[in-house]
Design a binder for this molecule. Structure first.
Ligand code: NCD
Length: 292
């Protein structure tokens, strides 16, 4: 049995296989419509979510499976003081696979010590969000045809943003030009404004400032409007730039950028459903729970 706590739990070959499976699902959805008949996914969301939870649920339904779960901790025994370990131990008797989001960093790592079924980290605090990274990688693949030799601009909340943390860990393992951090021996540059690097970028990955993770309102207000992408800033960008955002957006991308053909964030959210279908199938297969 395998779990997905962060992107590095998967080898590059395994990521390739998941992306290939997702692209086959996109081309032949009928072939996969009953692969998970009789299986149940539990979505345990102790923190708010729109895309991640609903795309997980849609993914399981489109594979023929069923879904149980909750979308807020206040409606569960967590509000009575139950630990994550106990909740997961119980739910793993009711479901074949669990997707879990929790405000505390490391909560899924605790959960795997007690579970009987595979656990997928659907976001833990400011730490990691590996299934968003899989959606991002599928988007790179579909938009750029490759995962390596990309110059990627990461803009917004790089401190608290778990989507960029997991994405950077993944991209460090590919050959990328400017986005990789020192331990991997690759070059990156840190800039104060987008203008200087905009012409070089193949991908611009915007993120929202993570208001709920700031320790004070004052600190948040310093950054609230610091990085906003609008059509003027895109003037010097490549014609085949891919603009991405894990969403939700607050104000960091002006809404008229949505009509620019380079804006791919809504496609990215759809890719999230396909890649989660591929991931659910893969983890169930590794757990010996599914054959396909
Ligand atoms: C992200 C998250 O929850 O970390 N949303 C998502 O899952 N697509 C990004 C965010 O909340 O800013």
């Amino acid at each position: 049995m395998r779990h997905l706590l962060d992107t590095t739990d998967l080898s590059l070959d395994e990521i390739d296989d998941i992306i290939s499976l997702a692209t086959d699902i996109i081309s032949n959805p009928k072939k996969y419509a009953h692969v998970c008949d009789g299986k149940k996914l539990a979505t345990l969301f102790f923190e708010p979510s729109t895309r991640t939870r609903l795309s997980f649920e849609a993914a399981m339904y489109e594979l023929g499976g069923n879904v149980i779960g909750f979308s807020e901790a206040s409606s569960t025994s967590a509000s009575k003081g139950e630990t994550v370990e106990d909740t997961v131990r119980i739910v793993s008797n009711y479901a074949d696979i669990i997707a879990m989001r929790h405000p505390l960093e490391g909560a899924p790592r605790v959960a795997v010590t007690k579970t009987l079924v595979p656990i997928i980290n659907a976001g833990d605090g400011g730490h990691a969000h590996p299934t968003q990274t899989l959606a991002d990688l599928l988007t790179f693949y579909r938009e750029k045809g490759r995962l390596d030799n990309l110059t990627i601009g990461l803009c917004g909340d790089l401190k608290f943003g778990r989507t960029v943390h997991s994405l950077i860990k993944a991209m460090c393992r590919y050959k990328n030009i400017k986005d990789v951090l020192e331990p991997s021996g690759t070059k990156y540059v840190q800039v104060e404004s987008m203008d200087a690097v905009m012409p070089d970028l193949d991908v611009l990955y915007m993120t929202r400032i993570q208001r709920e993770r700031f320790f004070s309102a004052e600190e948040y207000l310093k950054y609230e409007n610091a990085f906003i992408l609008d059509l003027d800033k895109l003037e010097n960008a490549k014609s085949d730039l891919t603009i991405m955002h894990p969403l939700p957006r607050v104000n960091e991308i002006a809404t008229n950028v949505d009509d620019d053909p380079r804006a791919k964030y809504f496609e990215q959210a759809l890719n999230g459903k396909y890649v989660r279908m591929a991931l659910i199938m893969t983890l169930l297969k590794w757990g010996g729970q599914l054959e396909y």
